[in-house]
Design a protein around this ligand. Structure first.
Ligand code: HEC
Length: 220
């Protein structure tokens, strides 16, 4: 067995010394043991393309669609191709630079008492499909992934972050948690936070606050 490891180590050194040092310039055709996707059928930034009738490689956004997380610069112009992402609380979770705010941006989300339950349900769908795998369906940090040994998955029921802080974690990620800014649009991020608050409330609300509702549902 020992010889096997020695031969294995020598072979590894050999492979690395032949294949690994590729940094110098030379004129001969290189020996390509690892092609590293050197040649790709792709269009670089600013490059033209014969494929499209206008000769441009980069495409304009499809009419009436929005890039994820951005808003049209001019709401009145349906065909606008300019999109912005301002520094508002709605887009950053911060009131000032580096100060996380608390509360949902009710106005931007167009929330009222009637549509709030639907909004929270929307958050539930987004939470269950994006977050529950790690944080668990109840948010307790015991999702499927955690049971396979990913350490430190946070119990969101105990989270003391303000809403803006949660928003920031969703957009930019933290530690072992990836950023979700590209997958989840602005409205759904806030919906997830609303749902998380509902989950926390379901576990932690003081008895007096939920007593009536509990008794009413138990009597049914
Ligand atoms: C890959 C597993 C994974 C997924 C998926 C995931 N998280 Fe996390 N999350 C973590 C881990 C791990 C931490 C702890 C990060 C740290 O601080 O090191 C964390 C931390 C957090 C925190 C910070 C809690 C606090 O009080 O500090 C929030 C909020 C959070 N996650 C929300 C979400 C939401 C919302 C989603 C879905 C959009 C999500 N997470 C998806 C693994 C995950």
């Amino acid at each position: 067995m020992r010889y096997f490891f020695i031969i294995y180590a020598l072979l590894a050194v050999l492979v690395v010394s032949i294949g690994g040092f590729r940094g110098e310039k030379f004129k001969q055709t290189p020996i390509r043991i690892f092609p590293d996707m050197d040649e790709q059928d792709r269009i670089d930034p600013q490059e033209g393309s014969d494929f499209f009738h206008d000769g441009l490689g980069a495409r304009q956004p499809v009419q009436s669609t929005l890039p994820q997380g951005l808003e049209p610069a001019d709401l009145a112009d349906e065909n606008t191709k300019t999109f912005t992402n301002d520094n508002s609380y709605y887009h950053t979770g911060m009131f000032d630079e580096n100060v996380f705010g608390n509360g949902l941006p009710v106005e931007e989300l167009g929330l009222n008492e009637e549509n709030l339950p639907a909004f929270i349900k929307r958050g539930k769908v987004a939470f269950n499909s994006n977050c529950a795998i790690c944080h668990g369906v109840s948010g307790n940090g015991k999702g499927v992934v955690a049971s396979y040994g990913v350490p430190g998955v946070f119990n969101l029921i105990d989270s003391t972050l303000p809403d803006g802080g949660m928003y920031d974690v969703i957009v930019n990620g933290r530690g072992n948690m990836a950023a979700f800014g590209y997958q989840i649009d602005v409205k759904d991020r806030w919906a997830i936070i609303a749902y998380l608050r509902a989950l926390q409330y379901a576990r932690k609300a003081p008895l007096e606050q939920v007593k009536d509702a509990y008794e009413a549902s138990a009597a049914k």
